[in-house]
Write a protein that binds this ligand. Sequence first.
Ligand code: ADP
Ligand code: G6P
Length: 472
Amino acid sequence: MRQSSLVVVANRLPIDDSVAPDGACEWRRSPGGLVTALHTLLSHTSTTWVGWAGGSGPAPALPDVDGVRMRSVALSTEDLRDHYEGFANATLWPLYHDSVEQPEYHRRWWEAYQRVNQRFAEAIAEVAGHGAVVWVQDYHLQLVPGLLRDLRPDLRIGFFLHAPFPPPELFMQLPRRAELLRGMLGADLVGFQRAQAAHNFAQLVARVLELPATDRRIAVDDRVVRIGAFPVSIDTAEMAALAARPDVADRARRLRHDLGGPDHVVLSVDRMDYTKGIEQRLKAYSELLAGGHVKVRDTVLVQVAVPSRERVGQYQILRERVEREVGRINGEFGRVGEPAIHYLTQPFDRAELAALYRVADVMAVTPLRDGMNLVAKEYVAARVDDTGALLLSEFAGAAAELSQAYLVNPHDLEGLKQGLLTALRAGPDDVGARMRAMRAHLHEHDIRAWARSYLSALDESGSLLRRLGATG
Ligand code: ADP
Ligand code: G6P
């Protein structure tokens, strides 16, 4: 077994299986995955990515992806149901997103969460070289840092939460709150998207575990665990280069033509998730149509909503409600050949997404709560001519950085309607000034800057960063 000096760990591996033209199963790098953005950084180190390859059953042996080794962890049908769909996505996910849906607590789910976290820790212990840096991602694996420290005290362990971390009033509901906090404290550095999340974590550690904690440092046994905000980002240059390609510009022109050549295209791109505020947005749009503020011939809404976590009940209910509402709105306001909403549930390749971003005069990103929201950043990166209005929820992590967006509270229906109208009617000078400022921010704060700032804080000796730095 070859061992690595850097191990990245996430529930999902950055690959998808697909069927080749000859019918054989082949593995492809998944678009938009962390590795897409990180591969230049990672491919020149001896990195292993530990994760789940999708599906149930034995762990497949996988080829390297851009020089990064893939180590898959098996999930059984029960693990999938109780760990992934259960504790991760029906307990923690809703709880961490303001309980916009009711979190469910089941003892069997907790047992599966412990079991799967232990399996991940054992897989990491096998592939990590002596003194290696291990970077654990997200809410599916919060116990891994503690379990791994017990197995391998020689490792430098980082944990980063992509989701929001809730205020104490919500987190205190969790039956196993102390264990989860202790698990995270197995890390040397615990990273969050926003400073508020680090503050919530410190308060909880002080209250539940009675440890001395500030928003920067927590004393645990004889160690100091550092905490902080490291807002994740995108490969800004890659998205800008894609959007600037002549074939993508042509595709955007064709899309506008196919949409009926409207004056305004409003776009939303979401995973089908109740945190994304899709229903609230549809309601606001429907009321604008009903009030005559928006006319179908002048303005179209394109809603892309890729189905997600489809076996979880709350997601099934959401999809049914969204599709019923889109049908109602189109039935009421559309005309033959002119729907009010173009509704798409397909996954698109990066070039098609870039063309959609280019055609969108207004991008409506209005989640009820979101750790970051990379779609908002991708839209800004794709607007290479400094046009386009970003309507952004105050409750997306991205709002802390993209403060020049048209900010709205998606819970406030009137505010949401007004925000949409303001974005639709904004003059080119205002739109351009805002877009330029946001693009300048993303130019500096891209995915590489994120990885470097996190890894340099984690790896205080700087040896890993020196190797990464040597490769640009
Ligand atoms: P979340 O992490 O909750 O899904 P983000 O907005 O942070 O939300 O990230 C979503 C990622 O998925 C983005 O990189 C986006 O480009 C990608 N994505 C969303 N919809 C599609 C789609 N229909 N096809 C391909 N990629 C998509
Ligand atoms: C969010 C989570 C990720 C997760 C992704 C897609 O971004 O923070 O950890 O991978 O959603 O969800 P899925 O359940 O399909 O992995």
